[in-house]
Design a protein. Structure first.
Length: 73
């Protein structure tokens, strides 16, 4: 990611946190605890007028590096 993209991402993240403080705080707390192997993450999307879609993943040992990045964030 180039410096300009990084600056824009930072501004977008600040806007997200301002617009959705409860979600931002939840993610900060839960991801801050780390994502040990076996943790299940679930994502649900429901668009207006459409059926909801749900998926999940169970954290594997190979996910450790990415999970640690979330913890530092």
């Amino acid at each position: 990611m180039n410096p300009m993209e990084l600056m824009q991402f930072s501004r977008d993240l600040d806007d997200f946190q301002a617009n959705h403080p409860k979600v931002a705080k939840f993610l900060q707390i839960e991801f801050g605890k780390g994502l040990p192997e076996g943790t299940v993450l679930e994502l649900k999307i429901q668009r207006p007028g459409e059926e909801e879609k749900v998926t999940n993943l169970r954290v594997k040992p190979e996910d450790k590096g990415l999970a640690n990045r979330f913890k530092k964030g």
